[in-house]
Design a protein. Structure first.
Length: 318
């Protein structure tokens, strides 16, 4: 591991290959970069292999890099390597999302407030309002910006995904829209196979109005949201709700059935707060007014969290 002298902080970012984890980590690093110069090194962490082999590959990938002032990781596969690298390099660690390992092992923990409920206050913990979201980047050969964007999640621990019920909701919204040709439906990794095509056929949408997640260029969603279309998001995907809210869009929530016998949905507190603050509107409320009101100023939790971290990060350089 290199040790050349330098005047700007060096950050190593461990990446497990999962887009959601990567986007949250990059949102934070990019927010830090907007406030102070720093150098970033990305280190891949193979998620699907024996932990010992995973650590060995990370050590090999990092051995020629400048010694870091901070090591950042997001996702359970990164936690072991994160702690080992921080110990070897004698620098602090920062983990995004609540880890399964003891919190005191990490220098800082940044996680949504609904994931930190029940924990005693600590200087190590920084609670965010939902997941951190990146600002839009330019996208090459971008398609025309949709006027109405429908973002589909999928089945989860707390929600079922019923295409028939969703079809009726979207048909109601489509019938009330004077520009149905401006609609675009986008699915995600969790969306059951064939659901997007089924919805498109039932709603009479053209093929160009259906965008499978496999065909989305990197950064396309953030780019499309930055143009502030009307957005409807299925309730099961809190991360996409926060992306739309952070972009300043008018956002509606499509209800999805809950799994029977499940305890209270932990993330519901964040959704309820978005509703109370006027950032999103449930479908049942839309039925009363037939429009999505203008939202408050966009959320920028990545910038707020970065500002809270700056004094601590600068102290590592002393």
């Amino acid at each position: 591991m290199g040790s050349e002298s330098r005047s700007v902080p060096i950050i190593w970012l461990l990446q497990d290959g999962k887009a959601g984890h990567q986007n949250q980590a990059l949102a934070l690093v990019e927010a830090l970069q907007r406030q102070l110069p720093l150098r970033l090194h990305l280190i891949p962490v193979p998620a699907r292999c024996w932990p010992g082999i995973r650590l060995l590959r990370v050590l090999v990938a990092s051995r020629q890099l400048e010694r870091p002032d901070l090591v950042v990781g997001s996702g359970h596969a990164t936690h072991g390597a994160l702690l080992v690298l921080a110990a070897l390099c004698r620098c602090p660690s920062l983990v995004l999302m609540r880890p399964s390992l003891p919190l005191v092992w990490f220098g800082r923990v940044v996680a949504p407030s609904h994931d930190l409920s029940g924990l005693p206050p600590s200087d190590r913990l920084i609670a965010s309002f939902g997941p951190l979201c990146r600002r839009a980047m330019p996208v090459a050969a971008a398609a025309p910006v949709p006027q109405t964007l429908v973002l589909l999640g999928g089945p989860s621990r707390h929600h079922l995904f019923e295409v028939d019920g969703l079809q009726h909701q979207l048909a109601e919204l489509l019938a009330a829209d004077s520009h149905p040709e401006g609609w675009c439906l986008v699915d995600s990794r969790r969306t059951p196979a064939g659901s997007l095509a089924q919805l498109g056929a039932c709603l009479g949408l053209a093929p160009r109005q259906l965008l499978p997640w496999q065909q989305c260029p990197s950064g396309w969603l953030a780019w499309a949201l930055s143009h502030r279309p009307v957005v409807w998001v299925s309730e099961d995907s809190l991360s996409m709700l926060f992306e739309a809210v952070s972009a300043g869009c008018r956002v509606g929530v499509l209800p999805m059935p809950r799994r029977p016998g499940r305890r209270r949905w932990r993330q519901k507190s964040s959704l309820d707060r978005l509703v109370e603050m006027g950032y999103v509107l449930p479908l049942e409320t839309w039925r009363l007014c037939r429009e999505l009101p203008a939202p408050p100023p966009p959320l920028d939790e990545a910038a707020r969290v970065a500002e809270l971290l700056l004094p601590w990060l600068r102290a590592q350089k002393r």
